[in-house]
Design a protein around this ligand. Structure first.
Ligand code: GLN
Length: 469
């Protein structure tokens, strides 16, 4: 059983011997085994128990790091030296990492215990975790439904108590949307806040790494560890990292903008009502002021996102050619056939669809009409947010237009699936941070998530606002 509300309480209980860390890790390992049908993990690490022994000793000697004993699962797109890295793809089925991602190394350096790697959509492309070569992940709240995607395994693992915290990645919503579908917290940091070194690239100018947790305190604590400049990632920024845990208790007046465009057509009535109730209940709080705002270019965000990310993906996925590493169709005698058959057999349908779309929008005849134009619209979307943040500190929206859908419900219609990202993709186009927090359940008992957004590098105000809610 989990006998703590958050990590700081866990640490106190380990110190006072009320909790044994070894028993705690064993509890998670047993539970992962018992809940195998959820399929949240691609790999479970048995050496977690040995780690627990070492860390427990360090805790007793007062020499342990900030995350001592926190049991963390890592999305299977992040490298951990000598461990498998599959990206839930047949292409990398037998591949082991040769180095460790900075984000994961930082957790290890603070004495977190890495318990395994979580299932996800292949190469992080998807919104339902139905595009994994390792099978679907089930939503722990209702096993007939999807957990969201692409970090579906990471979200399900936290929601089902199969770890304390997990890492996911968010290119267009893949942390926030599964957090919303599973009823937990999920933070996508500012682009450049967390090093991407060791993250398998999907769309390099969009990808962000962030935590899932059952409470906002753990999100803040883990972000304090993950954030910061890394010499190994030139897009990570040299900007001071605040102590996000202490900023949680700060009180200041917060002005929250409600973008009208996010509450119109397409939004499920129950999701809308739940979020409006939340807004009403907080409007009595003297420290919070709500104002209406507009983000007029959001209507172009899906189209812009799917042009730019597929373009970047088509370039990033060129490296899987059967020559360098990963799967190779060795039955072919001609080099060209080997390339073609390796990529035909190694990638799933959604990945192939995106490589073709991306190659098309980058081809010389269509480059200006699609790629260049989408870059211009990206700028307009970013400017909408810049203008809004001149007036407000935080923007509040639904995370997803609906709650978790049934397995198979949208998988035959890619466009319908893409539309589920309507509230999340603009955030990655603009590079700003966002968090999804659980705010209630619909009449089927399915979790409803609310998204809070802030200006670049202002994760502090996001976490503070999340705490208020
Ligand atoms: N659902 C979006 C997509 O399919 C987002 C994916 C992500 O953030 N990795 O591209």
């Amino acid at each position: 059983m989990i006998q703590y509300k958050n990590h700081s309480e866990k640490l106190i209980k380990i110190k006072s011997k009320e909790i044994s860390l070894i028993e705690n890790v064993q509890y998670f390992l047993d539970r992962i085994e018992a809940k195998k049908d959820i399929n949240a993990y691609n790999f479970v690490f048995d050496d977690a128990l040995e780690q627990a022994k070492i860390v427990e000793e360090k805790i007793k000697n007062d020499s342990a790091g900030k995350l001592a004993g926190m049991v963390i699962a890592v999305k299977d797109v992040l490298s951990i030296k000598d461990k498998p890295l599959t990206c839930s793809s047949k292409m990398l089925e037998n591949f082991n990492s040769v180095y460790t991602a900075t984000a994961v190394q930082k957790l290890i350096d603070e004495d977190a215990i890495i318990i395994g790697k979580t299932n996800c959509d292949e190469f992080a492309m998807g919104s339902s975790n139905e595009n994994s070569a390792f099978g679907n992940v089930l939503n722990p709240v209702d096993k007939t439904r999807v957990p969201g995607g692409s970090s579906g395994g990471s979200a399900a693992a936290v929601a089902a108590n199969l770890c304390d915290v997990s890492l996911g990645t968010d290119t267009g919503g893949s942390i926030r949307q599964p957090a919303s579908f599973c009823g937990i917290y999920g933070l996508k940091p500012t682009y450049g806040r967390v090093s991407r070194y060791g993250l398998t690239a999907f769309a390099s100018s969009f990808d962000s790494i962030g935590p899932f947790a059952n409470n906002v305190e753990d999100v803040a604590l883990v972000l304090s560890v993950l954030a910061g400049k890394d010499e190994l990632d030139s897009t990570s920024k040299e900007i001071d990292v605040p102590n996000y845990s202490t900023s949680l208790s700060k009180t200041e007046k917060i002005k929250i903008g409600i973008p009208q465009e996010f509450f119109g057509e397409g939004l499920n009535e129950e999701v809308k009502a739940t979020i409006e109730n939340k807004i009403n209940s907080l409007s009595k709080n003297e420290d919070i002021e709500f104002v209406d705002i507009h983000l007029p270019h959001n209507q172009y965000s899906i189209a812009t996102y799917y042009i730019l990310t597929t373009a970047e993906a088509s370039a990033n996925l060129q490296r899987y050619d059967g020559v360098r590493y990963g799967f190779r169709d060795s039955e072919q005698s001609e080099l060209d056939d080997m390339y073609t058959q390796t990529r035909t057999k190694g990638f799933g349908n959604e990945v192939k669809r995106r490589i073709m779309l991306g190659t098309y929008v980058l081809s010389s005849g269509y480059y200006d009409a699609y790629y260049t134009k989408a870059q211009k619209v990206r700028r307009l979307i970013k400017e909408d947010f810049e203008k809004a943040f001149e007036k407000v500190d935080v923007i509040l929206t639904p995370t997803s237009p609906f709650t978790a859908f049934k397995i198979g419900e949208k998988s035959s219609d890619p466009l319908e699936m893409y539309l589920s990202d309507i509230y999340t993709t603009a955030v990655n186009l603009a590079g700003i941070p966002g968090i999804s927090i659980p705010v209630g359940n619909d009449s089927n008992g399915l979790p409803i998530g609310m998204q809070l957004l802030a200006n670049q590098f202002n994760e502090e105000i996001l976490l503070q606002t999340a705490k208020l809610f």
